[in-house]
Design a binder for this molecule. Sequence first.
Ligand code: CAA
Length: 292
Amino acid sequence: MEIRKVGVLGCGLMGSGIVEVAAIAGFEVVVREVDEALLDAGRARVRASLDRAVAKGKLAAADRDAATARIGFTMDLAALADRDLVIEAVVEDLDTKRELFKALDGLCARHTLLATNTSSLTVVEIAAATQRPDRVLGLHFFNPVPVMKLVEVVRTLATSEETFATGMAFARALGKEPVATKDTSGFVVNLLLVPYLLDAIRAAERGVASIPDIDRGMVLGCDHPMGPLTLCDFVGNDTLCRIAEILYAEYRESRYAPPPLLKRLVAMGRLGRKAGRGFYDYSADPPVALSL
Ligand code: CAA
């Protein structure tokens, strides 16, 4: 099946990245947000990222303008009705996603494929809210979307072969490298990454080393691009906590349980880079580790 028209639900960190890479790859994109303020913020994020790509010499100004012209911004869910593929990238909450998928199922053309960017829920639970579970799949992108090469393409028990093959081809058309995964919570990356991040928080909690030294250990010792506590701040401590709760509820294994320190940071609003404070204070340059 050929994908030309793409819809994106949510223009936050992940949604705006998906909009950007799809528009650059030549797809006609419509992105929907729930209110004017979020839509404006999403538009500004896409614009800033495209400008940054031009400033870095990665994208010609004319290609930025062509990509921008391919993006439509809307608050109307019905504007996604004629899409070949809709990718949902809203908050990690099953009920919210199920409601949206049910609404999309009623609105969208019969041929429309519905994809979720969920990072920890099982796709089939979302697909079950529709009458087209054979045309529902997971397309899990990584942050920052313009940089990270991976897309996990998730096939549920109900996903048809054609839907799955189309998802794989779409990821490649974006210039990404797809990895096929089963529909198990966390797929490949978060199944392995989340316990690692939680262990780093437990190490900080126990005072094994200072925050910068835990990070330096993994950057210098394993050549990771950023240390685990910096990565927690980058992903968002609230998002990480939510993912951990979902994985823990699914597997009942202690390694997925959010450590108390993570919950305390979230309660204090130390959500990470987006809040200006998490394990580090981002008002300083370079960021300074905060006390725990
Ligand atoms: N948009 C576009 N390009 C970006 C970018 C963004 N938001 N952030 C960084 N870049 C580009 C820069 O332009 C730069 O490109 P050049 O080398 O061509 O100049 C390159 O990426 C490196 O950036 P910087 O030099 O500014 O900074 P850096 O070297 O520290 O890299 C990073 C930043 C790419 C984020 C890197 O630190 C990294 O890869 N970190 C790990 C990210 C990661 O693990 N992501 C997965 C998170 S888990 C997830 O997303 C899934 C989930 O479900 C939770």
